[in-house]
Structure formats: structure tokens, C-alpha cells
Design a protein around this ligand. Structure first.
Ligand SMILES: NC(=O)c1ccc[n+]([C@@H]2O[C@H](COP(=O)([O-])OP(=O)(O)OC[C@H]3O[C@@H](n4cnc5c(N)ncnc54)[C@H](OP(=O)(O)O)[C@@H]3O)[C@@H](O)[C@H]2O)c1
Length: 303
């Protein structure tokens, strides 16, 4: 089976390549530098429809993982045209090209499609009401995929961190190297999620049934590590695991952030993992356990 990964040089893309290498034939596309990915890779702006279609025709993939996106949520507020192009227009083009190949599209959306005003967990079919432009572009992308007639599975994921690129643990460790008191938001709750745990779940699904995404076409699933945390809880656990015993997390409200963030975040966007467990058999481990593995790996790769 040949899997084409868009946004292959990004945080999730790089771990997905590591997880899939040796199991599947791989190809990648994206804007980032893919020269060291170790798979056939072409630099393509996915808003360029003729190039996308030509690449899809030439590559003849059996399955697409569409990860490419503009993921800096604050930048999406100020660069709205770019955000709409990368997060919605590119998705329409990728979905159209994928439909022409008669293969399934796996798309990645976000907890930011919800307003986070509910105190209970969000099921997949609950009304979406994004607070940010990033969330809005992803909501529009979900709709385009559903309307275009491609075989799709959408995974909404959240609070992702991994070894490659920018991430919350990396930011906290950078700040902790310079100061002992860290102001961190305590009134936004989510599920911290390790990229490698998602990749392991996709490997398992495809190992069990290479046709799984055809069989589950038309579905949205929520995915993440289990358990919940505020950003302050997440930061405190990072510091504890890193052995920073003298450091203190000062818990603040998101309204106290100085300077304030351009994008409004949901306060309680906790995605229900029940449907993925019931229908796909995906049982993810608690976020604290996953973070422990990340920290060990991180200290090995960035001593
Ligand atoms: N990170 C999270 O917390 C999170 C949470 C929920 C959902 N997601 C979703 O999960 C997916 C993977 O996230 P990630 O964190 O791995 O993202 P990432 O590290 O930002 O990687 C995204 C990749 O897409 C590329 N890209 C952007 N616009 C493109 C375009 N027009 N054409 C081709 N490539 C383009 C980027 O290239 P450049 O770097 O050169 O721009 C980058 O290599 C995304 O769809 C994201 O929205 C992420």
C-alpha cells in the first residue's frame, strides 16, 4: 500500500513517517524542507490545483493522510487570507484530487471547532462554534470534505506535542532554563496528546485492516491521550519530570495573559474518546504516561 502524506515535514508528519517506514510505501508533499525525511518528497503548495492533481496522478497513492495546515493559531487571526488558503482551499483541492483517485482521505481537524463552553466532553456530532479564525477555517474544511463526495475519515485531535518543531513542552523547558516562576493559564482544559501515540494507533488500525478507512468512510472520530489537564497542570508535570524542583507554576486566567493572544481558545474543549474506542478499538493511555515517554526521548535527543 502506498500512503501519501501532506505536510510531511511538520510535527505529526515526521513521526508518522517514522511509524510507517518499513510497513508501507511512502511519499510526501508540503512546503517544509523534506530533504531529510528519507522518502520521495516534493515541495508543493497545496493551493496549486494543477500541481496537486499532476502529483496525485503520478504518485497513484492508495491512501492520503492530509496533515498540511497553517497551525499558528494566532497568526491565522492576522493573516486570514493565508489561513483560509492553507486550511480550507488546499483541503478542497486535496479532497478533489483524492476523489479522482478513488482512494480514502484521512483529514486532521481540531478541538478548536468547538467553543469550549460545555463542561462535559464533546461528542463528534455536537454543534460546532469556533471562537478563532483557525477553528473557522477547519470547520469550513470539514464541510468541504463532507460535501465533495470523497471517501473520508476526519480525526479531530487536540493539544498535540512531539519531538519535532514547536511544542508546549519545548516552550516550557526553554522558559524554565531562564526563570524559576512560570505564569501559565489554568482556565483552559484539554487533553495533552503525544504525536507518537496517535501514530501508533494509526499503525495498529492499518495492520489490523488495510481497508479500515474505506470501511469507516463518512465518519468523524475524536482522538487524544486520555485524562484532562489545564495548561498549568501540563506545565507542572513537564517541570516535575524534568527535575525542576525549585520551579513554580503560577496559575493565571487566560484573560491575565500579557500580551493577550490574538486567537481566542476554547475553555473546555475536551473531546470524547468514546466513539474511537467503541468503533475503532483505539484505547489511548493517560497523558501523564505519554508525557513521561516524551520527556525521556526528548532528553536523549536534546541533552
Ligand atoms: N499541533 C496541534 O496542537 C494540533 C491540534 C489539532 C489539530 N492539528 C492538526 O494536525 C495537523 C498536523 O499538525 P502539525 O502540528 O504536525 O502541523 P505543522 O507542524 O505546522 O505542520 C504542517 C505542515 O504543513 C505545511 N503547509 C502549510 N501550508 C501548506 C500549503 N499551502 N501547502 C503545502 N504544505 C503546507 C507546513 O509547511 P511550513 O512549515 O513550511 O509552513 C508544515 O510542514 C494539522 O492539520 C493541524 O491543523 C494540530
Amino acid at each position: 500500500m502506498k500512503i501519501l502524506i501532506t505536510g510531511a515535514a511538520g510535527m505529526l508528519g515526521r513521526d508518522l513517517i517514522d511509524a510507517f517506514k518499513g510497513r508501507f510505501e511512502l511519499a510526501g508533499v508540503g512546503l517544509g524542507d523534506g530533504s531529510r525525511l528519507g522518502i520521495p518528497y516534493e515541495e508543493i503548495d497545496l493551493t496549486d490545483a494543477p500541481r496537486v492533481e499532476a502529483f496525485w496522478d503520478r504518485t497513484k497513492p492508495d491512501l492520503i493522510f492530509h496533515l498540511a495546515a497553517m497551525t499558528n493559531v494566532d497568526l491565522c487571526e492576522t493573516e486570514k487570507d493565508a489561513a483560509l488558503r492553507a486550511n480550507t482551499r488546499a483541503v478542497e483541492i486535496v479532497a478533489g484530487a483524492t476523489k479522482r483517485q478513488h482512494v480514502p482521505l484521512v483529514f486532521f481537524s481540531t478541538d478548536f471547532v468547538f467553543d469550549g463552553k460545555k463542561t462535559a466532553e464533546y461528542a463528534e456530532d455536537e454543534p460546532r462554534a469556533p471562537l478563532s479564525y483557525y477553528g473557522e477555517t477547519k470547520r469550513l474544511a470539514e464541510d468541504s470534505i463532507r460535501q465533495c463526495g470523497v471517501s473520508y475519515v476526519i480525526f479531530r485531535i487536540c493539544w498535540l506535542y512531539g519531538l519535532h518543531g514547536r511544542s508546549f513542552p519545548r516552550a516550557i523547558l526553554d522558559i524554565a532554563a531562564k526563570q524559576k516562576i512560570l505564569n501559565v493559564v489554568d482556565d483552559q482544559i484539554g487533553r495533552p496528546t503525544y504525536t507518537r501515540d496517535l501514530c501508533a494507533a494509526f499503525c495498529k488500525l492499518l495492520d489490523q485492516d488495510p481497508q479500515i478507512f474505506f470501511k469507516k468512510a463518512g465518519n468523524i472520530f475524536h482522538l487524544g491521550n486520555s485524562g484532562t489537564a489545564s495548561w498549568a497542570d501540563f506545565a507542572a508535570e513537564i517541570l516535575r519530570l524534568a527535575g525542576y524542583t525549585d520551579h513554580k507554576v503560577q496559575r493565571i486566567g487566560w484573560r491575565e495573559l500579557d500580551p493577550p493572544r490574538a486567537a481566542r481558545r476554547p475553555e473546555h474543549a475536551v473531546l470524547s474518546l468514546e466513539k474511537a474506542r467503541r468503533e475503532l478499538g483505539i484505547q489511548t493511555r493517560p497523558w501523564q504516561e505519554a508525557l513521561g515517554d516524551f520527556m525521556r526521548e526528548y532528553s536523549r535527543s536534546c541533552p
